[in-house]
Design a protein around this ligand. Structure first.
Ligand code: HQG
Length: 174
């Protein structure tokens, strides 16, 4: 694991799940002062900037002034990302693994520990998400039908589609 990946994982842990573990508190929208984060994690600004800029999924976002930072999605602590409802593409994808399928097809996609169910804009991305846990299985989500039925979608700063839940009738195994 490279240093950048190590720091990225540490930032995900702190900014999504356990800010308290290093004595930080996120504001209501998930932001923390860059200065406080650097002090808490003993990082230099250059090290932080390398992780933010080099991150494969743009997991972290600086505010307009570059003085505050937050995770773009994936939180388990309560934050309001302030994302506006957005119209999804006709179909979205979810990557998972075989062992979850019986449950998913019975009760639909649930957010688990996170705030929202994460959906990918394309099949390849969903395969990568599923592959974190084993041989990937990709589900097609009929986002057009969900939107038509009044489900609210938001899109995170890094292009992940977020929704509260996906009932099984909108899912098809690919
Ligand atoms: C499964 C990573 C049983 C679901 C990724 C998944 C993504 C169910 C797991 C982002 C279920 C939740 C999110 C049900 C859902 N019964 N299992 N009813 N409903 N599941 O990690 O979508 O690198 O919370 O299929 O790339 O895997 O962190 O969600 O396997 O973008 O930036 O429960 O996390 O991004 O797992 O991944 P997760 P996810 P980062």
């Amino acid at each position: 694991m490279t240093d950048v990946v190590r720091v990225s994982k540490r930032l995900s842990y702190v900014l999504r799940h356990h800010p308290d573990s290093v004595g930080l508190t996120l504001d209501a929208h998930g932001w923390v002062a860059v200065e406080d984060l650097l002090a808490a994690l003993r990082l230099t600004r250059a090290e932080l900037d390398a992780v933010v800029a080099g991150n494969d999924k743009r997991r972290f976002a600086l505010d307009g002034t570059g003085t505050r930072i937050r995770a773009s999605q994936g939180h388990s602590v309560p934050v309001d990302l302030g994302l506006a409802p957005a119209v999804p593409p006709g179909e979205l994808f979810h990557g998972t693994v075989e062992r979850f399928l019986t449950s998913i097809l019975a009760e639909g996609l649930r957010p688990g520990n996170r705030h929202a169910v994460h959906l990918s804009p394309d099949r390849e991305t969903a395969e990568r998400v599923g592959a974190r846990r084993g041989r990937p299985v990709v589900l097609r989500v009929d986002a057009a039908a969900m939107a038509r039925d009044g489900v609210v979608f938001t899109r995170s700063d890094n292009g992940v589609w977020l929704v509260d839940a996906v009932p099984p009738r909108y899912l098809t195994r690919l």
